[in-house]
Design a protein around this ligand. Structure first.
Ligand SMILES: NC(=O)c1ccc[n+]([C@@H]2O[C@H](COP(=O)([O-])OP(=O)(O)OC[C@H]3O[C@@H](n4cnc5c(N)ncnc54)[C@H](O)[C@@H]3O)[C@@H](O)[C@H]2O)c1
Length: 341
């Protein structure tokens, strides 16, 4: 294959990002766009010169000339679309999380195996240079054996109240916790065995979004390592950046600390506010998109074209979703929960 012809389901905020990356890639192109809202699909298609427009993903899967499909619909609407596209033998890039119910995880994995399609889920923190460098240090043995970790991925309130129209049907655990938990699995090189989580709600409810504000979770890994994970959607809107990303891994012989949000490499100050411009997640240089949130999507194209393994496997994504379901169960029952794989 010399050129990857991509279809996109979901012409929202992140669907547009996908289209821009495929069209910027020298060996990829967006050829089809589907959104249940025709005007959104048409607007995105017009912006990127795409001819095939659909409002029904089943019709797109059956008729489109695309080789692979990116599923960029809200967090809880990935499963049926992924299964229909897999049955049409399309390779898939699915936005995180893979799925939000146990039944959907198993149905999807069965469909992927049965139809022998290649699947990557966009758990993009593995392309974060700080996380990847930490992984390399751990693999080189510089920290000894990973013993404990801390992971924190929070958003300002605005993401839940204004940016996402469907935040009340999702959760900070699905939206950012999927990245955080996968990052901890990646760094500790182990599956989560047991979780204990405590959550709180009220701040977002008072703002009209009926969803928990925050989860604090203890993770026990099969390796014996332990971790604390903080997932919050109520960082003040005046925070100097939207995301708050911090990790620490303590090993038997060393430690690595990551702070992607308070990096102090650049600050913009006006009479109204101080901003820490994002230079790591996503930014533009010479009109081209850079940053690890773009690198993961680009990498899907590269790996489909060269046939090599994805940096994140479908099992990574499935196990991340299953562990997050245990976190939610634990927060509800207020008991430790063993993750069922
Ligand atoms: N990797 C990242 O950094 C990143 C960033 C933002 C969002 N995301 C993920 O991308 C996904 C989409 O988020 P978004 O912010 O673009 O949401 P959005 O609401 O802006 O867009 C979603 C689109 O999907 C469409 N849609 C819903 N159901 C559909 C269906 N059955 N068929 C066709 N179209 C359908 C909606 O009409 C909407 O246009 C989510 O899973 C989110 O977590 C990832």
């Amino acid at each position: 294959m010399n050129e990857l012809r991509m279809g996109i389901v979901g012409a929202g905020i992140w669907g547009e990002t996908h289209a821009s990356i495929y069209n910027e890639h020298p060996f990829a192109r967006t050829v089809a766009i589907c959104d249940k809202d025709r005007s959104r699909a048409e607007a995105l298609a017009a912006k990127f010169g795409v001819e095939e427009v659909y409002t029904d993903y089943r019709e797109m899967a059956a008729k489109s000339s695309c080789d692979a499909i990116a599923i960029v619909t809200p967090d809880f609407l990935h499963a049926d679309i992924a299964i229909a596209c897999a049955e049409a033998k399309k390779d898939l890039l699915i936005e995180k999380p893979l799925a939000t119910t146990r039944d959907d995880v198993y149905r999807m994995m069965d469909a992927f195996d049965k139809n022998k399609v290649r699947v990557m889920v966009d758990l993009h923190n593995r392309w974060n240079p700080t996380v990847n460098t930490a992984k390399q240090l751990i693999e080189a043995g510089d920290l000894g054996t990973p013993y404990s970790a801390y992971g924190r991925l929070n958003d300002i309130k605005w993401v839940a109240t204004d940016m996402l129209s469907w935040s009340a049907q999702s959760s900070i655990l699905w939206f950012l916790g999927s990245h955080c938990l996968d990052t901890l699995r990646f760094l500790m090189n182990s599956e989560v065995e047991r979780v204990y989580s405590v959550s709180r709600e009220g701040v977002l409810k008072d703002l009209g979004v009926d969803v928990p504000d925050m989860y604090l979770t203890t993770l026990e890994f099969k390796s014996g390592a332990i971790a604390q994970m903080e997932s919050g959607w109520i960082t003040p809107n005046a925070n100097t950046c939207i995301n708050d990303i911090k990790f620490t891994v303590l090993g038997t012989e060393g430690m690595v600390n990551i702070d992607c949000s308070s990096h102090n490499m650049i600050q913009a100050v006006t009479d109204k506010k101080v901003v820490t411009p994002d230079i790591i997640v996503r930014n533009k240089v010479d009109g081209k998109v850079k940053g690890f949130a773009y690198e993961s999507i680009r990498s899907f194209v590269d790996r489909i074209l060269d046939g090599k393994e994805f940096l994140v496997t479908k099992e990574d994504a499935a196990n991340t979703s299953l562990a997050l379901l245990a976190v939610m169960e634990s927060a509800k029952t207020r008991e430790p929960v063993v993750v069922k794989y």
